[in-house]
Design a protein around this ligand. Structure first.
Ligand code: AMP
Ligand code: MG
Length: 518
C-alpha cells in the first residue's frame, strides 16, 4: 500500500457512512404529518457556534459505536459536534413534549436546546445522537437555546460517572466549548454536549399528545406507544394492550432506577415528568448532586425551596411521575374506560417493585448474599445512625467493606468506619446486628470485602470536584475535566494519585449552590 500523502492527513474528515443513519423518530413524525397532520417535532438546524474547541472526548463510547480512534480529527467533526454542520445522512430534528414541573402542569415544552442529529446503526444497537446547547429551536420559549460550559461539564462528567457506576443513563460523547457569551446570572460562555442514548423519549412526550385534545393527537399518542414498543420494548409487541404493557415495563425500570440512585446517594434535582426517560435512563443532568454528609432530606437544587426533589423524596416522586404517565396512556386503554382499576393495579406494582429493588441494592452494598425479611430494616437503621452524625455517604459504605465481623465493633480494626459515626454507641449496636447477620449466612469477611468493593464506589462526582474542573476549564485548561472523566470510568477501583478524590469534601464544598440555571 502506498503511503498516504501528508496533505491528505491534514484534510482528514472521517464520517460514518451516510446509510448508517436511520432517524426513525423524524421518519415517524413525517409519516404522522402526512397522514394525520400532526408532527412530533420539527426538522431543524443548529445555530452557528463560533470558534469551537474540543474540551473532552469519550473515546470509549466512540469505540463502542465502532468509530475509528481519530474520528474527531479535522474541522468537520468539530463542526458537526458544535452544531455548525451535519454529516451526510443526519437529519436534525427537535421534538415536542410537555410535562409537569414541580408538580404543576406546565403545558408545552420540548427540545428547547436539544437537537437530535440522527440515529446511528451501531454494534451496541441503534443510538440516537443529540446535541444539547446547539441554539434556539421552535420549542425554546424565548430562551436562548444555549448551555453554558459550567453545566455542560457537569452533564458530561456525570453521565459517564453514572455509567461507570453501572446506572442506566444517557451517555456523553463529546463536549465542545466556544467563546460565545451566554447570559445567565453572570455572562458565561457557550458549550455543546453530544449525548447518546437509544432514545430520548420522555414521559412528557406522551403527556403532550394525551392532554392537548387537538385533532390527530390521539393517533399520534398510539403511534408513539407503538414506536417505543417496537423499537425499545420488542418483547411487548404481542401484548393484548401495548400501552398497559408499556406502563408495566416502565414502572419496573423506574423502580430499578430509583433504587440505583438512592444506593449511591445521587440526587437528580429536577425530577419533572419531562426529565423522566421512557427507557428508565437517568436524563437531563442539571442541578444534580451526590450526597456528601448524609442527610436524607438533602436538597441539591437551590431552586427547589420546598424540597420536593430531596434525596428521600425521589422514590415517591418516581411514583408520582409514573402516575402522570399512566394518566397520559389512559386513552389508549379501552379496558379502563369505565373503571381505571386495571391501570391502578399496574401502577401500584411500584409499591412492591421499588422496595424490592431497594432491598436488593442495600443487600449488595452490605455484602449480604442471602435474603431475609428484615434486610431493609438493617439498612434503614444504618442510615439512621449515619444521619444522626451526618456521616459521609460514600466513605461510610466504602469503609464498611473492610468491617471486621470477627472482632467487636469497637475493636481498633473497625475504627476507620466506626469513627465516622458521631454516636459510636449507635454504630456499635448496629454493627453487632450486622455481624450476627453475616455470621448467620456464613459470610467470610475477605470475600465480602471484595463483593462490597464492586458496588460501593471510591469515587463519585462530588460537587466540589466538578467545580474545580469547571473553574480551570473557564480559564481554558481542560485537563481536570479530562482527568475526572478518566477517573470516573472505574469508580470502584482505587487509583494512584486520586487519594483526594476519595476523601472528604473540603469545607468550601458546602457553600456551592447549584440551581436550574444552566
Ligand atoms: P429543564 O428543566 O432544564 O430540563 O428544562 C425544561 C424545559 O426548558 C425544556 O423544554 C428545555 O428544553 C427548556 N430549556 C431549558 N433551558 C433552555 C435554554 N437555555 N434555551 C431553550 N430552552 C431551554
Ligand atoms: Mg429537561
Amino acid at each position: 500500500m502506498s503511503a498516504v500523502p501528508h496533505s491528505h492527513l491534514q484534510n482528514f474528515a472521517w464520517s460514518p457512512e451516510a446509510d448508517r443513519w436511520r432517524n426513525r423518530y423524524a421518519g415517524l413524525s413525517e409519516q404522522l404529518q402526512r397522514e394525520r397532520g400532526v408532527a412530533l417535532g420539527s426538522a431543524w438546524q443548529g445555530d452557528a457556534l463560533p470558534m469551537p474547541q474540543w474540551v473532552v472526548l469519550n473515546q470509549v463510547l466512540a469505540r463502542d459505536l465502532d468509530w475509528p480512534e481519530d474520528w474527531y480529527q479535522g474541522q468537520q467533526a468539530l463542526n458537526v459536534f458544535s452544531g455548525n454542520t451535519v454529516w451526510p445522512g443526519m437529519s436534525p430534528f427537535a421534538s415536542v413534549y410537555s410535562g409537569h414541573q414541580f408538580g404543576v402542569w406546565a403545558g408545552q415544552l420540548g427540545d428547547g436546546r436539544a437537537l437530535l442529529l440522527g440515529e446511528l446503526d451501531s454494534p451496541i444497537g441503534p443510538q440516537e445522537v443529540q446535541l444539547k446547547g446547539a441554539g434556539a429551536t421552535p420549542y425554546s420559549r424565548r430562551a436562548d437555546g444555549r448551555a453554558v460550559l459550567r453545566s455542560s461539564i457537569r452533564e458530561f462528567l456525570c453521565s459517564e460517572a453514572m455509567h461507570g457506576l453501572g446506572i442506566p443513563t444517557t451517555r456523553a460523547l463529546s463536549l465542545v466549548a466556544s467563546p460565545q457569551p451566554v447570559r445567565r446570572e453572570t455572562i458565561e460562555t457557550a458549550a455543546v454536549v453530544a449525548r447518546v442514548a437509544p432514545s430520548f423519549i420522555r414521559f412528557g412526550h406522551f403527556e403532550h399528545f394525551a392532554h392537548s385534545g387537538e385533532e390527530g393527537h390521539h393517533e399520534a399518542l398510539q403511534a408513539l406507544v407503538d414506536f417505543v414498543v417496537t423499537h425499545h420494548y420488542p418483547e411487548l409487541q404481542s401484548s393484548p394492550n401495548r400501552a398497559l404493557a408499556l406502563l408495566d415495563a416502565v414502572v419496573a425500570r423506574t423502580a430499578e432506577l430509583m433504587a440505583h440512585w438512592q444506593s449511591v446517594g445521587f440526587c437528580h434535582g429536577v425530577m419533572n415528568t419531562d426529565n423522566m426517560s421512557i427507557l428508565g435512563l437517568t436524563i437531563d443532568y442539571g442541578p444534580f448532586g451526590f450526597l456528601d454528609a448524609f442527610d436524607p432530606n438533602h436538597i441539591c437544587n437551590h431552586s427547589d425551596d420546598r424540597g420536593r426533589y430531596s434525596w428521600n423524596n425521589q422514590p415517591q416522586i418516581g411514583y408520582w411521575n409514573l402516575r402522570a404517565l399512566a394518566q397520559a396512556l389512559l386513552p389508549l386503554i379501552p379496558e379502563a374506560k369505565d373503571d381505571s382499576q386495571i391501570v391502578i393495579d399496574v401502577l401500584q406494582t411500584y409499591e412492591q417493585r421499588f422496595p424490592q429493588a431497594m432491598r436488593a441494592r442495600w443487600r449488595a452494598k452490605l455484602g449480604l448474599q442471602t435474603e431475609q425479611e428484615d434486610d431493609g430494616k438493617l439498612a434503614v437503621e444504618l442510615l439512621q445512625a449515619m444521619a444522626a452524625g451526618k456521616a459521609d455517604f460514600t466513605i461510610t459504605f466504602r469503609r464498611l467493606c473492610e468491617f471486621r465481623s470477627d472482632v467487636a465493633p469497637d475493636h481498633p480494626a473497625n475504627a476507620p468506619v466506626r469513627d465516622l459515626f458521631l454516636d459510636r454507641a449507635a454504630f456499635d449496636a448496629w454493627a453487632l446486628q450486622y455481624a450476627e447477620r453475616l455470621k448467620a449466612e456464613g459470610s467470610v469477611d475477605a470475600e465480602r470485602a471484595v463483593r462490597m468493593r464492586r458496588v460501593n464506589p471510591v469515587y463519585v462526582l462530588r460537587n466540589h470536584m466538578a467545580q474545580v474542573a469547571i473553574q480551570q476549564a473557564q480559564k481554558g485548561d481542560y485537563s481536570e475535566v479530562q482527568r475526572l472523566y478518566q477517573l470516573l470510568q472505574t469508580p470502584f477501583d482505587e487509583q494512584p494519585g486520586a487519594e483526594a478524590d476519595a476523601g472528604f469534601p473540603p469545607d468550601w464544598a458546602q457553600a456551592i449552590e447549584v440551581s436550574c440555571s444552566s
